[in-house]
Design a protein around this ligand. Structure first.
Ligand SMILES: Nc1nc2c(ncn2[C@@H]2O[C@H](COP(=O)(O)OP(=O)(O)OP(=O)(O)O)[C@@H](O)[C@H]2O)c(=O)[nH]1
Ligand SMILES: [Mg+2]
Length: 294
């Protein structure tokens, strides 16, 4: 038996279900998910170990036309995730803006490795609609293969994984088998907090939220986490805190429960809300937070 290993990037427009797909494949939540576009901001590696292969998936920020310094960084981050990868999964979902996909696929013409078309959210479609979409997209790009999956039910995913393995080069694993993601624990905690904000805050507020974990200390019985929630405006700070602090309490409770579940111990979550005016447009703030153009 030949052991295969390689890097597989999941690419596509926002909200098609890239992060949900990764979580389903790994049977663990490594990437946060929401119904709003542009949830994922940084590349997240998720490692799947099979009996005959190791697949290192890269979940990426959704492709979009940048409006500010920060979204330019996000799109650049997605583009960087094409370098040195063995297979690209181009993910679409029903009701994708096809014109946009056409543009991104045109840019992929110079990508020399296999590109696989993955239609996600097949649970929302009838079989004939699935076939119609797949055949329409076949004309847009010379895909190596096509698959329709549901990252909610798992339908179609085992078959897709087998096809991906076939495309990987023979080689030994890149990571130890007990590593699931390369993300740091404190960054995962920050993302979990941000996810709850994305779920509960509305309109523009979540887009202007950044969470930084300042302290992450294992105090034996308890894991102490101090996190700062940055917002862009005073009015957004009021929304995040909510009437009599109710919103912040809810965010804190939900995040704490999930962090406790992940680490299997009690967590004290200390949340603070701060205003960092228009941070998405300010390179010096972005640089300080590690969003640097490399
Ligand atoms: N019905 C259905 N919904 C799905 C499926 N996969 C994902 N979703 C939903 O689609 C929404 C977006 O999912 P995400 O995984 O955050 O999408 P994404 O592509 O990572 O989005 P960005 O990070 O913004 O680029 C969420 O509400 C998911 O629950 C699926 O297979 N079926
Ligand atoms: Mg995502």
């Amino acid at each position: 038996m030949v052991f295969r290993s390689g890097f597989v990037t999941i690419w596509g427009q926002p909200n098609v279900g890239k992060s949900t797909f990764l979580n389903h494949v790994l049977e663990r939540k490594v990437a946060i998910v929401s119904s709003k576009p542009q949830t994922t901001r940084q590349v997240i590696k998720g490692i799947l170990n099979l009996s005959d292969a190791q697949i290192v998936f890269l979940d990426t920020p959704g492709l979009h036309s940048p409006r500010d310094e920060f979204s330019r960084w996000m799109v650049r981050e997605a583009e960087r995730a094409l370098v040195g990868v063995d297979v690209l999964l181009y993910m679409i979902a029903p009701h994708n803006r096809e014109e946009e996909d056409k543009k991104y696929l045109d840019n992929l013409r110079s990508f020399s490795n296999p590109v696989f078309l993955v239609l996600n959210k097949k649970d929302l479609l009838k079989e004939e609609e699935v076939q119609k979409i797949l055949s329409r997209f076949s004309h847009l790009f010379p895909f190596q293969g096509k698959a329709a999956v549901s990252s909610l039910t798992g339908e179609g995913i085992p078959e897709l994984l087998s096809e991906i393995v076939e495309l990987l080069p023979p080689g030994s694993p890149y990571y130890d088998v007990d590593v699931i993601s390369d993300a740091l624990e404190r960054d995962i905690a920050a993302e979990i907090i941000r996810e709850k904000i994305w779920w509960y805050a509305y309109q523009e507020v979540p887009y202007g939220v950044e969470v930084r974990v300042e302290e992450f200390k294992d105090r034996g019985e308890i894991l102490y986490i101090k996190a700062l929630i940055y917002v862009e405006r005073d009015s957004h700070k009021k929304i995040i805190i909510g009437k009599e602090g109710k919103m912040l309490k809810k965010i804190g409770e939900e995040a704490r429960k999930e962090i406790e579940f992940n680490w299997g111990k009690k967590v004290y979550l200390d949340l603070w809300v701060k205003v960092e005016k228009n941070w998405r447009k300010r390179p010096e703030v972005l640089g300080r937070w590690g969003y640097k153009f490399k």
